[in-house]
Design a protein around this ligand. Structure first.
Ligand code: ADP
Ligand code: ZN
Length: 723
């Protein structure tokens, strides 16, 4: 368990005192580790004899400015997480390992002779050499870094020697290439903004100081055009813009759009990049050489020389929250950072979270709305298919199959969407709508497919998973992992169709999501089947039908955010339909056609769903009307996890904080994972101060607790999943 302490060192024996924000090698036990100078102190609470001197200084000038250190300290204190791990999360891997800011890298590349060589005949004599040569040729003129080769072709050095001897390849040390902002693409002019967009721009341009703007616009309403226009302002003034996107998969299309509009190359930061490129982008952001910085979650920590604006695209996306280790929300930190830097932050979404909407209601954030699609495209029409009347076989009802046929005949594309994320799977009968419930407490059972059982997460009762519905006897199959089955069923029904499945499994097997989607966008697929991956920000010009196969999971989710999440999932994927000339149609299959949620969603849209949900949360006291923190514990023995949390609860109770609710400890909804039993204790308060003061006292006590050694535990502030 990492410690939340800072460690005192004397200055290095020879040489100057490193400034704050510089790295040093620090002796630690019998090893030395990379340390970051956080502060200078005149005194220490340790006896002088016990303080060791720091070793060699790694950075001559600070890597991080005081403002950036302030953000790290804020993160550490807000999330009650060790500062050392926050620093680690904020620094690119190479810097974390103590490499120089300008590391030189061993690189191997194919020579001209190598490129002209006959690979096929080489492959017969020396297959490993041929394999390596092909990799080098594919890598192009800049060659391949040794580190990457080691990862991809372990043992490559022997083959490399053969290539060097033949003159097919050469190795050299390069100073990592610097980022260059110039880009060659032809820029395309911005469209004339419509009235709604101009209204939003007016508000955004009113100040260059801190303000949070929630840009709430239906999919296709032109939010991105609004960001682009505001970015252009800021960049022309010589300031930098930081753009956060939820997933790597979304960066290429945004990056292309940024390039084309703004005529500069953005520095891109995400985990899919080779370390050296990521570091180059990081340096460019830090030095100001890149005016536009685009990245996923951890990019929120990127140092900026002249910050002018922060944009968070798809603010509602759960990927902004890290779900392990330092469980931070990049969106929330983006807002905190904007405030510290006194620059504006724009939070865009077609389905803003209730947290953001509530801030708007309270007047702390500004709500900017774009109610209609830009460029004249019509909003898609949405309808329910009642599964009680039109039962589904293999996940497809007859009306959905007919609709697919109709759209394909008209030259359109269909997207069949399986909602899989964020909901514990319940067992619902497709013919009578019966939901498997617990006999001992009034809750729904969760399907544990691997163990073939249904289990209650409130009382712990379990029973075998029966193949027939307990109410009507019809065959039931738990929904959840059905994309493959759905793909098969579609192939049967549409033997002439080109069917493409996109989910995390298929993308692992068949190359990058960009390639698959690229083909799909160009019309090579006429039916797409997939999960959440398909619903985000992608633009399929011919897509005219969206079929949502298993929306019901979300109607009965166990989490208080279920209906918010369900509405977001449906509207995000619905937003893929009819973005250009073709009118879009959205069909939702449900066994609960009379559930009030559907009427609300279809008649009132997200706004109505959000309003109802907010009213309900206010009544029941869930966020955003209260704040939560979750203490999680996992141990090999069930009793150890619970005992640890019981003790934590005793400590919290002893603090006698007013206005604090403590719930649990209880088993986590997913009570066992990777051989460990998991349990949790939920802390809830209307006051952030209360919650933080409790956590501030609790954390050091837990670090001391001997029982904690048998347990893996963590504190999750503002959890977004309660398991
Ligand atoms: P969002 O980010 O809200 O999904 P986009 O900014 O991607 O919306 O815009 C959706 C489509 O409408 C894009 O093809 C975009 O080029 C076009 N568009 C946006 N604003 C305008 C406008 N004012 N005039 C014409 N077309 C526009
Ligand atoms: Zn039934």
């Amino acid at each position: 368990m990492p410690l939340s302490r800072e460690f005192d060192y004397l200055p290095p024996v020879n040489g100057p005192v490193p400034e704050t924000g510089c790295r040093v090698w620090a002796p630690f036990g019998r090893r030395r580790q990379v340390g970051l100078v956080l502060a200078h102190a005149a005194q220490s609470s340790l006896p002088a004899a016990k303080i060791r001197a720091a070793g060699e200084v790694i950075d001559e000038t600070p890597l991080l400015s005081p403002a950036e250190l302030r953000l790290l300290r804020f993160t550490s204190s807000y999330y009650h997480h060790p500062i050392g791990e926050v620093v680690a999360a904020a620094l690119p891997a190479l810097l974390r390992q103590g490499r120089s800011l300008y590391p030189s890298v061993e690189t191997v590349s194919a020579t001209d002779t190598g490129e002209a060589a006959d690979i096929q005949s080489l492959a017969k004599r020396a297959p490993r050499q041929a394999e390596l040569l092909q990799v080098l040729i594919d890598a192009g003129g800049d060659g391949c870094e040794a580190d990457r080769l080691t990862e991809e072709l372990p043992g490559w050095r022997r083959a490399a020697q053969g290539l060097f001897d033949k003159g097919y390849a050469a190795r050299f040390d390069t100073r990592a290439a610097d980022f260059d902002e110039r880009c060659a693409v032809e820029t395309s002019p911005a469209p004339q903004l419509n009235d709604d967009q101009q209204g939003a721009m007016g508000a955004l341009r009113s100040s260059d100081r801190f303000a949070a703007y929630v840009l709430d616009g239906v999919t296709g309403s032109g939010k991105t055009e609004v960001y682009l226009a505001r970015m252009q302002d800021v960049i022309e003034r010589g300031m930098q813009v930081l753009v956060l996107v939820p997933e790597i998969g979304l960066t290429p299309q945004l990056v292309n759009r940024l390039r084309r509009r703004l005529g500069i190359e953005p520095a891109v930061l995400h985990s899919g990049l080779p370390d050296i490129r990521r570091l180059a982008a990081w340096r460019a952001a830090r030095s100001g050489a890149a005016r536009l910085v685009v990245g996923t979650r951890s990019a929120v920590f990127t140092p900026l020389k002249r910050p002018g604006l922060i944009v968070v695209d798809e603010e509602h996306d759960p990927s902004f929250k890290q779900q392990e280790g330092l469980r931070y929300s990049a969106r929330d930190l983006a807002i905190a950072r904007a405030k510290q830097l006194d620059v504006p932050v724009i939070l865009g979404s077609a389905t803003p979270t209730l947290e953001m909407l509530q801030h708007c209601r309270e007047g702390r954030y500004q709500h900017l709305t774009l109610p209609a699609r830009a460029g004249g495209a019509l909003p898609p029409s949405m309808h329910i298919i009642d599964l009680a009347r039109s039962p589904a076989t293999d996940g497809l009802s007859e009306p959905l199959v007919e609709a697919i046929r109709r759209h394909l005949d008209a030259g359109g594309q269909a997207l069949i969407f399986l909602n899989r994320r964020g909901f514990a799977p319940t067992l619902i009968c497709g013919s009578c709508g019966h939901v498997a419930g617990c006999h001992r407490c009034d809750s729904r059972l969760t399907v544990h497919a691997r163990r073939n059982e249904l289990r209650c997460h409130h009382c712990g009762a379990s029973r075998p998973l029966e193949p027939a519905c307990g109410e009507c006897g019809a065959a039931v199959t738990p929904l959840g992992e059905g994309t493959e089955r759905l793909e098969e069923a579609l192939c049967d029904r549409f033997p002439d169709g080109v069917i493409t499945r996109v989910d995390s499994d298929s993308t692992q097997q068949r190359g990058s999501i960009e390639e698959i989607l690229g083909q799909a966008k160009h019309g090579n697929a006429n039916i797409l089947v997939g999960t959440q991956m398909l619903s985000k920000g992608h633009h399929f010009p011919n897509l005219s039908l969206v079929g949502i196969v298993n929306a019901d999971q979300g109607l009965f989710g166990t989490d208080f955010r279920s209906s918010e999440r369900l509405a977001q999932a449906i509207l995000q994927v619905a937003g893929r339909a009819g973005r250009e000339a073709r009118a879009g149609e959205v069909l939702v299959q449900t066994a609960f056609a009379r559930h009030p949620f559907w009427q609300l969603l279809i008649d009132g849209g997200y706004q109505q769903v959000a309003e109802e949900a907010l009213a309900e949360r206010e009544q029941t006291g869930w966020p955003p009307f209260t704040r939560l923190a979750l203490l999680r514990a996992a141990a090999h023995r069930h009793g150890d996890a619970l005992a640890f949390l019981d003790e934590a609860r005793r400590r919290v109770d002893a603090m006698r904080a007013s206005d604090l609710r403590v719930l649990g400890p209880v088993d986590a909804p997913m009570a066992r994972r990777a051989g460990r039993f998991r349990a949790q204790l939920l802390l809830q308060s209307a006051s952030r101060q209360t919650l933080h003061s409790v956590l501030g006292q609790l954390r050091p006590a837990l670090e001391e607790d001997k029982a904690g050694r048998k347990v893996r535990w963590s504190i999750d502030v503002d959890p977004i999943e309660l398991f």
